[in-house]
Design a binder for this molecule. Structure first.
Ligand code: ARG
Ligand code: ZN
Length: 843
């Protein structure tokens, strides 16, 4: 069954109030619901349909009188009065048997829920759609010490706890947690003086991994007050860490539930990257309180309304906490690595999709990350002040509502007087626009001429021109900025912009800050790029110039077996030895494009990528750099050594990132001696893991891997790293065999999504290893996806995207990937989630 945006109709009834009572038991939990419905005057269709899946109905009543509804696998219908009435139901569910991790399930003896997008219907019969909002009162009965739900705590006593959420919400924001948990408590006083009790709940033993998350939460609460004027609105805010979770985290009202990997942190067990990610995800879920919960989505097609905006907000927060340039560069690397392949392959879909079979398949890089890019463009076009004004209007006008992208854009139109009809194409047209540029100079006038076009994507053959904000600066021959950044607003398929009054032909710095999510085509000379690498005042474009040079060199090495470009290496050497530059930034300069990014670039150039050639060229470039910079390496290593106690801040993280990049080169020269020394003396996970990664890459890793496993065998999150890194970093010809061997390891708990992803996510990230010519990795992944699909369709479906680029490879690999996909597709009883993904990938 396919659902369409254009089919939207409101539900025939409003929900006035919901009261739920849970009597918990692992295989026979009883859920009693008492819901007040009233006919919805805005709806013409008065069918009383309640969603409900895998529920055993014990009893149903309307206004106290027993009724016998019509039940199907999707839900029930029933005759109801034509004025307000009370619906009561009692159902039985089995959380212990719920391996899909959607609805109410058990993880390590604790009860927890995941309802977004459509999991509430596995808890009780309900209109499980985001435009139906209601207040909830919840009573939980069990003998477990901690019982939590949304909102503010109510009465508690022996064997029960009550919660009341005064803010109307859709069912997808419902949550319940019960277990033997310990809390890390703190408080936050809002700007109007309300004291909020904060708690991070974890399993006993994890208490020492909560402090960082708590600080991140308080920082987020403060930031949202300072920057968006958004205050928290309950007297309690709870976070719970859960080991078995399909996604990163979930913003349930007042009760955020986190994958434990996205909240638990300590220096000994977490890397700098983990700390940064945890801080961002805590912020993200907290920010949803306003962008998602107070203002929610009318239907799931509008998912980007809350996700694009909340990703944009968490990126702003991280920029403020850790530095703008580095955050922007990280985000663009991610966008190109995850969103560009999606947008340019069979899974391409608009930021606001117009159809789906299974909405869980649309929690994608396009909805999230491109959705955030679209907001960044909007902000750049209207300016910071107008953006702030529009957001105030959005919160004023739509608080308590379930909204659409039209509502969102209208707020901007009303606040600025701009017509956003053309801009809206960013929400409806899929595909990555290509932007090409030529320039000319005459009599003091410099002209840039841009052409935009977007290649066809599935279901969308013709594309109209978009509004593209192109941030441009001009540099004079000495590297001085003759034109500071201006945003050119491109609206036509082809358009020129002139700058006059110039003394000589300038060097343009185009698409500063990556002002639009496009592929920029420009035949720039290596000299010009080297000039920008040396002089660009825009830190993003300075990095980008280097990236372009690295890409060009690597592509020449891949295609023509060329030698690495001398002039570039000299320019880069000046940057990485420039101690006035931020260490983080220098580390980013040292890390060249990944192998999959090179494959993506080749594909964009119309060339079939050869994974082995890409690997060989990348390896050869690393070797060249190591040999060439041999004399600098010890000094750089010393410079990047942190002498103070470990702090997960961006300053120290930058030093360690630089150190890791240098250690990778050093390992090529000393056969791992420096890495082994670092591995043995490391007192934090960042250093321990970067050393181990170098050893794995050098192929000389057996001893270090086993001592690491012996040290960390009791820490699930660290063991996930152990499983993952030895597959991700190993030599390509070993990756498939390693992954296979690890699936036979006693600690390979394949029903745990983190562990499954540690093995197979890493295998798919080892580009040449995944694309081993004999298809060994494809077959292994297909076997395991077929196995996992019975237990956990959501995680299975997501991991199918490892195959999304199959069509771009050579005939041999293509045929093998196609066969693997068809084998998955042919499985008996394949889930709707996986069937949709494989079907789209193959189409
Ligand atoms: N709303 C959550 C977040 O971004 C993601 C939950 C997605 N869950 C799912 N089953 N698709 O923060
Ligand atoms: Zn989100």
């Amino acid at each position: 069954q396919t659902f369409y945006l254009s089919d939207y109709t409101p539900f025939g009834y409003e929900v006035r109030d919901v009261a739920l009572r849970f009597v918990l038991s692992p295989s026979a939990t009883r859920v009693h619901s008492r819901i007040t419905f009233a006919p919805n005057p805005a709806a013409s269709d008065k069918t009383f349909f309640l969603h409900g899946e895998q529920l055993k109905l014990i009893r149903a009543a309307i206004n106290g009188a027993e009724v016998t509804p019509n039940i199907t696998p999707e839900g029930l219908t029933c005759d109801v009065p034509d004025s307000e009435f009370v619906w009561e139901a009692e159902v039985e569910i089995a959380p212990a048997e719920n391996t899909a991790l959607e609805g109410l399930y058990m993880s390590n003896g604790m009860y927890c829920t995941q309802c977004e997008a459509e999991g509430f219907r596995k808890i009780t019969y309900y209109p499980d759609r985001p435009d139906v909002m209601s207040t909830f009162t919840v009573r939980i009965e069990s003998d477990l010490p901690i019982m939590l739900s949304n909102g503010n705590p109510g009465e508690t006593g022996a064997g029960y706890a009550e919660w009341h959420d005064p803010w109307p919400k859709p069912a997808y924001l419902f949550a319940l947690v019960a277990g033997d948990l310990v809390g890390h408590a703190d408080t936050f006083t809002t700007k109007s003086g309300n004291q909020v009790d904060l708690n991070i709940w974890v399993r006993p033993g994890d208490e020492d991994k909560c402090a960082f998350g708590m600080q991140a939460l308080k920082d987020s609460m403060k930031w949202d007050e300072d920057v968006y004027g958004r205050e928290y609105d309950l007297n309690t805010f709870n976070i719970v860490a859960v080991d078995d979770f399909n996604m990163g985290a979930m913003e349930n009202k007042g009760l955020n539930i986190f994958n434990s990997s996205c909240v638990l942190a300590s220096p000994a067990t977490s890397t700098d990257a983990n700390f940064e990610r945890i801080e961002a995800i805590i912020a993200h879920e907290y920010f949803h309180n306003w962008t998602g919960n107070r203002i929610t989505c009318r239907d799931w097609f509008q998912l980007c309304l809350k996700e694009g905006l909340t990703v944009f907000r968490d990126a702003q927060f991280t920029s403020d906490m850790r530095g703008e340039a580095v955050k922007r560069i990280h985000d663009v690397i991610e966008l190109r690595a995850r969103q560009f392949p999606e947008d340019q392959g069979p899974l391409s879909h608009p930021v606001r999709p117009e159809q789906f079979q299974e909405i869980n398949n649309f929690y994608t890089a396009t909805v999230y990350e491109k959705g955030a890019e679209v907001i960044g463009m909007l902000k750049r076009l209207v300016g910071d002040d107008a953006y702030a004004k529009a957001l105030d209007l959005y919160f004023d006008r739509h608080d308590g509502q379930a909204c659409t992208i039209e509502d969102w854009l209208t707020v901007f139109e009303d606040a600025t007087g701009r017509d956003l009809a053309q801009f809206k194409r960013w929400y409806s047209q899929s595909g990555t626009p290509r932007l090409s540029v030529t320039d000319s100079y005459q009599d003091g006038t410099y002209t840039l001429t841009f052409k935009q076009s977007t290649p066809p994507t599935p279901g969308q053959m013709v594309k109209d021109p978009k509004v593209i904000p192109i941030a441009v600066g001009l540099l004079g021959p000495n590297g001085d900025e003759v034109q500071p950044t201006v945003t050119l607003e491109m609206t036509d398929a082809e358009q020129s912009f002139a700058f006059d009054g110039l003394g000589s032909k300038p060097i343009p710095s185009i698409l500063r800050g990556f002002s639009a999510p496009v592929v920029l085509d420009r035949d720039t000379s290596a000299e010009e790029r080297a000039f920008l690498l040396a002089h660009d005042t825009d830190p993003f474009n300075r990095w980008e110039a280097n990236r372009e040079l690295a890409r060009t060199t690597l592509i020449a090495m891949i295609r023509d077996d060329a030698a690495p470009d001398e002039a570039w290496l000299e320019g880069l050497e000046r940057v990485i030895t420039d101690t006035t530059l931020d260490a983080n930034y220098r580390a980013l300069m040292m890390s060249g494009p990944s192998q999959s990014e090179l494959a993506q670039t080749l594909h964009e150039m119309g060339i079939t990528p050869d994974p082995d050639a890409i690997w060989t060229a990348s390896d050869r470039l690393g070797q060249t750099m190591a040999e060439r910079w041999e004399a600098h390496l010890p000094g750089l290593l010393a410079e990047s050594t942190v002498t103070e106690a470990y702090r997960p801040d961006s300053h120290q993280a930058g030093q360690r990132a630089l150190g890791a990049a240098v250690l990778a080169l050093q390992t090529r020269l000393d056969r791992g001696a420096s890495a082994r020394a670092q591995f043995e003396t490391a007192d934090n996970m960042t250093l321990q893991l970067s050393a181990l990664t170098c050893l794995v890459r050098s192929g000389n890793d057996e001893e270090a891997l086993s001592s690491f496993a012996a040290q960390w065998k009791d820490d699930r999150l660290v063991m996930d790293k152990w499983f993952g890194m030895q597959i991700a970093a190993t030599l390509p010809d070993r990756a498939a065999d390693r992954a296979k061997a690890l699936t036979e390891h006693p600690a390979f708990d394949w029903k745990n999504p983190n562990r499954f992803r540690a093995v197979f996510g890493s295998l798919s990230m080892n580009h040449a290893g995944f694309h081993r010519a004999d298809g060994a990795s494809y077959d292994l992944l297909a076997d395991w996806l077929i196995t996992l699909d019975d237990k956990n369709p959501q995680t299975t479906a997501r991991m199918c995207s490892a195959f999304q680029t199959w069509k771009r490879y050579d005939a041999g690999r293509k045929a093998k990937m196609q066969a693997a996909l068809e084998r998955i597709q042919g499985k008996d009883g394949l889930s709707r989630d996986t069937a949709e993904m494989v079907g789209r990938i193959l189409s």
